[in-house]
Design a protein around this ligand. Sequence first.
Ligand code: NDP
Length: 264
Amino acid sequence: MQLFSIFGNPVSHSKSPLMHNLSFQGLGYNGVYTRYKLENGSELRNKFLDLNIKGANITVPHKEYAFKACDELDIFAQKVGAVNTIVKKEGKLYGYNTDAPGFLKAISEFENIKRVLFLGAGGTAQSTSVILRDAGYEVSILNRSAGRLERYNKKGFKTFTFETFKLDEAFDLVVNMTSAGLEDDSLPCPIEILEEVVSKAKACVDVIYGKETPFLKFTKEQNKPTKDGSDMLLYQGIIAFEYFCDHQFTFDEIKEQMKKAFIL
Ligand code: NDP
């Protein structure tokens, strides 16, 4: 039997063990998936090898350590500097980023979207902004503080703080990429900005899942089509599972099993 795990801190809330174990079971794959609370990210590589793990997901706050722990990185992981999926093959650790393609797939279900506004400039925004731009979307970033915007400016994204924000042309999609609303009741930006951008948007997405955040509540009150982060979580999991099992199952076969984790 092959062993898989999620590494992070905290990990007790993670749905990944349920998602992957249901898929192993449903597809008849001889694997089991557990969780490991890792306090020091620099120990990731040694723990992975000591425990003789075949594959892992890496969550907050260790995605940059995971990037450094790998022997080989796929092109997109190299580009964004963050790894959330590692697979061991012939003694070497291979690193991938499945968060960003998971997000891309989740939003591609909305039609006629070109201009996207991200509220937030953290680690998740970093990889998803790049994949969206590569896919032809125009991404702008609005963040509470200026510090995190520097790396986006260097990559040529249009950026704003709350103080410098000005709406020249409507955004089709507005995404809450912050942790505002995760453990508190705050909106990701001042209500005046939100009213302006959401009223002109075609759809809105929150990457937080499993609860109705103040952002999602506000966007529903504006009668906008919305989604929380569940599809992103499901799709990043399916893409990771494809790597774990060397692509022996199709996306839809895995989805059929993994989506059961969202109704249990
Ligand atoms: P980071 O800690 O890297 O970044 C946090 C961002 O949120 C920063 O831009 C920060 O702004 C902003 N922020 C935090 N609190 C507030 C607030 N009260 N008001 C305004 N801005 C705020 O987080 P991540 O990028 O790793 O994660 C972001 C979110 O994505 C989390 O909620 C996480 O749960 C979710 N997520 C969902 C996934 C899924 O599969 N659905 C996968 C991965 C993440 P500042 O720079 O000013 O501090």
